[in-house]
Design a protein around this ligand. Structure first.
Ligand code: THG
Length: 274
């Protein structure tokens, strides 16, 4: 399982404050802690408050790289903010770009821009794409799968290998009125997206979206994570500092026969497959 640590995101007050004060320590501590807790990649998202998103993305990348060499997951809906991060990034251990929809009303070719950047980072350059198009985020299973199919086709046409592609079926908060059908729709969608190509693309979600505004955040997150792993999920943007969640992740992978059992499997789990 690829576990992307979610904490370096301007959505969190401590990170927002660190960006405003140019306080490197807060960012570097989060980078080190998430790495110790098993993050495969560190998400880097400037949030919405930063005045200059390009400069902030570059500063976050440089600040993290001063203290650890965990590969980064550059997170922005704006291709030029990703480009600013990519310019500052050491991609020799890999890099994940996060994320592109199939297309947008204001930018028909946005997926090509993200694919170009992922390719420019070399064979370790990977890309998260969203099952989202110019009409927005679909709520049903079929449209999610249809958009994923178009994304996979486009990547194949360009010779971008499926194992460099992550499809994110977009998790929405379960607390939103009328959204309670969405988690099961996502499970069904990922089950079908797995069959779009052979080898299949990776399957990713931003897990913490699910529990926003609820009283049982960790419980809701880890329960859905186990369910999604059973349907083939092999990547997630998560709170890697949540030990219970990481233990569920290791156990779900064990029960899916993706991790070898040993009495100390929780201690040795590192997200790799057996
Ligand atoms: N898919 C992809 N990328 C993503 C997302 C996704 N990147 C961003 C986000 N979604 C994943 N990361 C987070 C990070 C934090 C939270 C949710 C998702 C979160 N934050 C607290 C909240 O809103 O309640 C912040 C408050 C705080 O504690 O300070 O829940 O889906 N590809």
């Amino acid at each position: 399982m690829i576990a992307v640590g979610e904490r370096i995101n301007g959505m969190f007050n401590d990170v927002k404050g660190a960006i405003a004060d140019k306080d490197k320590k807060v960012i570097q501590d989060l980078a080190k802690k998430q790495t110790e807790c098993g993050a495969t990649y560190l998400d880097v998202n400037v949030g919405t408050a930063a005045a200059d998103q390009h400069a902030t993305m570059a500063w976050l990348v440089e600040t993290i790289q001063e203290t650890c060499d965990t590969p980064l997951c550059l997170d922005s809906q704006k291709p030029d903010v990703i480009a600013a991060g990519l310019k500052a990034a050491d991609t020799s251990n890999g890099i994940l770009l996060n994320s592109s929809p199939l297309n947008k009303k204001s930018d028909e070719d946005i997926l090509d821009k993200y694919l170009d950047m992922a390719e420019s980072a070399g064979p370790q350059g990977k890309l998260i794409t969203l099952t989202m198009d110019k009409n927005g985020v679909p709520q049903d299973i079929d449209t999610r799968v249809a958009i994923a199919a178009e994304i996979v086709e486009k990547a194949m046409d360009r010779g971008f290998a499926a194992d460099r592609l992550f499809i994110d079926s977009i998790v929405l908060p379960v607390k939103v009125p009328d959204a309670q059908q969405q988690p099961t729709n996502i499970l069904a969608a990922i089950g079908q997206i797995l069959y779009l190509s052979d080898p299949p693309p990776h399957l990713m979600v931003g897990l913490s979206n699910l529990s926003q505004g609820t009283t049982e955040r960790s419980l809701i997150n880890r329960t859905f994570l186990a369910m999604a792993v059973s349907h083939g999920l092999d990547g997630a943007i998560v709170d890697v500092l949540d030990e219970k969640l990481m233990n569920v992740l290791a156990t779900a992978e064990l029960l899916m026969n993706k991790q070898l059992y040993s009495d100390s499997y929780l201690k040795v789990y590192s997200g790799g497959s057996k």
